[in-house]
Design a protein around this ligand. Sequence first.
Ligand code: BG6
Length: 490
Amino acid sequence: MADNVQASCDLMMFGASGDLAQRKLFPALYQLARAGLLAQDSRVLAIARTDASEQEMRDRFKARLKAQIKPDEFDDALAERFVERVNYLCLDFNNTEGYEALNEWRSSNNQLIVYMATPPAMYGVIARNLRAQSCCTERTRVVVEKPIGHDLDSSKVINDELAEVYHESQLFRIDHYLGKETVQNLIALRFANNLFASQWDQNHISHVEITVAESMGIEGRWGYFDKAGQIRDMIQNHLLQLLCLIAMDPPSDLSADSIRDEKVKVLKALKRVTPDTMEQTVVRGQYTAGTSDGKPVPGYLQEDGANKGSETETFVALKVEIDNWRWSGVPFYVRTGKRMPEKMSQIIIHFKPAPHYIFDPDQKHLANNKLIIRLQPDEGMALKILTKDQGLDKGMRLRQGPLELTFSETFDTERIPDAYERLLWEVMRGNQYLFVRRDEVEHAWRWVDQIIRNWHDSGEPPKRYAAGTWGPVASIAMITRDGRSWYEDA
Ligand code: BG6
């Protein structure tokens, strides 16, 4: 899959003036053009409700690109050539007749891609209108964003609407974490290195930590976020996908379905959380005023547009257990939150100590090897191993040190592509392996729904934590009860 075959594509982008298109999709397409990965005759049809001329929209797209792209990666002439490939159509997505213009625009030679960068409630309407105008063929590829629904039932409705028009093999459901280079690296790490393959189970691993922390708050997204909360926004998709990649069995090959079959097995094996086990295994939090980057910041309930009585969570910590042969007895401590001290995503694999310990008893706490996988920032990994401390006076004192691999230094990487560059590129090539299959979405909802139901039934409000801290103290207590600590506290 390392080839750079360029497929000629016609990309219809619904929701082209929205935040996702402007912040992620156009910059990703520009970067693909800059890398020479966008075929010369590929074109984009930007579709939105904004009443403006094509030239006005092109000027806006270019100005946004300039604002988004790093100055040393922005080439004015290239950006101009890029926006010239973008046509604009002002369309009310509900207006069936308006879709006729789409047929006039598309060229029958190019691969048609429909990107629905719209609220999921529009997916069915757009799909049906496209079908009514015979805009799509069996070759059309359709890209949809999360969240697919807000629970299992609503996700089924959306998936059914899409399935009325498209076959599963045409659907590319985005979870942008799967497009991150370091997340894909989990597959390489696990299945290309026999060293780890033989250690990857309950015989050798004591527990796993997954942290996805963000320093930013809600910033203008209150309307969306308050209905979702951190469990729907992050756990149901990104965090469970990371957990699946760490926990899944080796696929027989790299094909989309082989990988997705293995991920589904993990989702099916997640231990259910009952009202009785909630207190020990789930913590939900909401930030109050505090500091971020040394500056005072408001609490969630003081953000612009906030409903002061909201009990939506901005932080979740979970102790997840996987009921299968490989992971029996190995907890996965998972947490994610807004307004944490820094933006940082990492996975830590804690290995069990050697079966028989012969060194200084007061150093026993050092005895576990750890594999630290840094997803962002400072992408790389470190394997913490024990060595003898140097010097005549040190005897057999142990010291823990890292075998370090920082991608940018080791591979002299100029820039790590944004997840959307990789994902758009894979859609153009028709590779579904980085996209989420319907049954994955549904199993993830089934598991998350029971936690949400338990929250509602218990009526307990989220626990407060000050902005700029690592979450409610209850999340520390959750892991401490098991005689462990989060990595930054260790
Ligand atoms: C999105 C969530 O899916 O992921 C956001 O909706 C979150 O709330 C974002 O901020 C985090 O993505 P990244 O790539 O910045 O870690």
